[in-house]
Design a binder for this molecule. Structure first.
Ligand SMILES: [Zn+2]
Length: 602
């Protein structure tokens, strides 16, 4: 193992390597001893309504804390095995912070990473956003100013590590477990253990606390860091949450990380906060051959009523429809687009309001879909409008949502069709990781200007005409933070909302809006990330967060466009529908907005 580690250390320049080396070596041993990785039949498991959990629940309940720890260790190994054939998507969004005398720590610049994680051997990622043509380009891109400003380098998979405490050696030989107390996390009663590596356990071992649910003894939350870093190595502090989305297993879903000390006289200059989201656990892998068994061919004859050739215009529309369907299906298969769901109903209601009041009649209905990523972007393909999860999160109210949707609706109304080349099916044959290189929906500047103009006209004739102040304020807030948030504002499929740090999209609305005042507590120009849309890491469905708004008591509570800790309300599989009916109204349709973000962990 030492040899492997030193090889890795010398061949690659990443400093945080020790843990990865350990991971790779032990994984190789593991696969040697178990070459036929038994497929745990995840699909069947997920479809079973049975709530009794994993096979282990048939074991006698542990009688002592020592037996509980044994069960925890066993369940962690089961989880690692369950996840090993999977390649979920991992997204990390990081904001470096600076101290503002009034507002406290605010973003100074940001970084964005998106990739797929192969859980079969080591915890590794293949990145979607490749910097092509440059040796180690991705690393350089990731490091950015990090290398200069801080005395450590950033390892791309660093934030993904804490999906497990210790992938290979989570056992009594390497760790001491000390029972701390019982505690509820959401609806789930947990046993809390402090976990410390033994002196002889080596470098990069988990040090912190785990929360274990008290039925099957799965870990549901980990909080801590890795101990004994090598020289020049730095491990982040992390808070990692799991969700019970399939019977018996708690899937790693969120990881929050934060470093920084702004107390007077602090020497520590590292200051950042980062959110990592993991989803796409159940993405179909490999070939679609098996699907043939489920396709039923009802009729060999095309029974469409117009049994004749299409007119040229009808053919054009048919072609556009085919391209639209291809793109939507491909994005969904890559795990980047959520399946059609409840959030779309809210978006479509707003689109309908705009259409009806503007007497817009289109040959086909406008559909909406949610891009699952954080960067703020929209695009449309055919009659489908796509809005990113991050953008929906930060919009303060329905009027600003209407502003976002009106721009794309204007493109559709004006016939600015893009993407008809994707009607050729060969253009859909690329790897998931190649999505951003192979798809693109950027309009020329003239079409952007025309769409903005048309969108303002539509908004002024709509029910949102009296609510455009908030939309204008949102543009102003975005303008004030845009120079620091270039990664969040980098569109990957559509047009950027800003150019060179200046908001260009719908900028006209800002001129008539009131003055932006961060210190005015009732003026909420933009929300934090993660407060509105909740995604299901297993099936990629998205829903609107049902959370009680928390009163804002100081300007520092507003956190516009910022990342915050995660604090999901944990519940057991099958009981998630029994959420307290605190707020059934979708926040996106409210005009009064408060900070609906989860409360900070501390
Ligand atoms: Zn546009």
């Amino acid at each position: 193992m030492r040899r492997v580690m030193s090889e890795l250390m010398s061949t690659r320049n990443w400093l945080v390597m020790a843990l990865l080396a350990v991971t790779i070596t032990a994984a190789a041993q593991q696969s040697a001893s178990a070459p036929q990785n038994p497929q745990p039949a995840a699909t069947q498991t997920a479809q079973t309504a049975d709530q009794s959990g994993p096979p282990q629940s048939s074991l006698a309940p542990p009688a002592t804390m020592d037996q509980v720890v044994d069960r925890v260790i066993m369940r962690e190994k089961d989880l690692i095995k369950f996840l090993s054939p999977r390649t979920p998507i991992v997204e990390t969004y990081l904001q470096n912070l600076k101290q503002d005398p009034q507002l406290g720590p605010i973003p100074e610049n940001d970084h964005y990473f998106l990739g797929r994680m192969d859980l079969s051997s080591s915890i590794d990622r293949s990145d979607y956003l490749q910097d092509k043509g440059k040796e180690e380009g991705m690393e350089k891109h990731l490091l950015g100013e990090f290398t200069k400003r801080f005395k450590f380098q950033y390892q791309p998979s660093g934030f993904s590590w804490m999906i497990f405490a210790d992938r290979n050696d989570f056992d009594r030989q390497h760790y001491d477990f000390r029972y701390a107390r019982r505690e509820f996390l959401g609806d789930v009663r947990c046993l809390v253990f402090d976990v410390t590596p033994k002196k002889s356990a080596g470098r990069g071992r988990f040090l912190g606390r785990v929360w274990v649910e008290d039925q099957d003894f799965n870990i549901v939350r980990l909080n801590g860091t890795y101990a004994h870093p090598a020289r020049n190595t730095y491990y982040f502090h992390m808070d990692s949450w799991r969700l019970n989305l399939v019977p018996g297993y708690w899937l790693p879903a969120y990881i929050y990380s934060e470093e920084g000390d702004f107390t007077a006289g602090a020497k520590n200059q590292i200051a950042f906060k980062a959110q990592t989201r993991i989803w796409g656990y159940n993405l179909k892998m490999g070939t679609a051959n098996e699907e043939l068994t489920s396709i039923r061919v009802d009729s060999v004859k095309d029974e469409t009523p117009a049994a004749q050739d299409a007119t040229p215009l009808a053919a054009e529309r048919e072609w556009q429809q085919q391209a639209e369907d291809n793109v939507i299906e491909r994005l969904e298969r890559a795990g980047l687009l959520a399946p059609e769901g409840d959030v779309d109903k809210i978006l479509q209601t707003v689109v309908n309001n705009l259409e009806i009041t503007n007497n817009i009649e289109l040959p086909r209905p406008v559909r909406t879909r949610v891009l699952m990523t954080s960067p703020l972007e929209t695009f449309s393909v055919g009659n489908t409008i796509v809005v990113s999860r991050g953008l929906i999160d930060v919009l303060p109210d329905e009027g600003s949502l209407a502003m976002v949707l009106s721009h794309e609706l204007a493109h559709i109304v004006l016939g600015h069709n893009l993407g008809s080349q994707y009607a050729f099916n060969d253009r859909m044959l690329f790897s998931d990781e190649g999505t951003y290189e192979n798809l693109g929906f950027k309009h020329i500047p003239e079409e952007e200007t025309a769409a903005d103009k048309k969108a303002v006209e539509m908004l002024k004739a709509s029910p949102y005409a009296q609510k455009l102040d908030a939309a204008g304020l949102f543009i102003k807030a975005l303008q004030s933070r845009a120079p620091q948030l270039s990664a969040l504002l980098q569109a990957h499929l559509g047009n950027n909302i800003t150019e060179n740090g200046t908001v260009t999209r719908m900028a006209a609305l800002a001129t008539s809006a009131p003055a932006l005042d961060w210190n005015k507590l009732d003026q909420i120009a933009a929300l934090p990330l993660g407060g509105r849309v909740k995604l299901n890491p297993w099936d990629d469905k998205v829903e609107i967060v049902k959370a009680q708004p928390v009163a804002i008591t100081s300007a520092r509570d507003k956190l516009p466009f910022e990342v915050t800790p995660f604090y999901p309300r944990l519940s057991r599989y099958g009981t998630a529908g029994v959420l307290p009916a605190t707020s059934t109204a979708a926040p996106a349709t409210r005009t009064t907005t408060a900070n609906a973000n989860p409360a900070p962990a501390n």
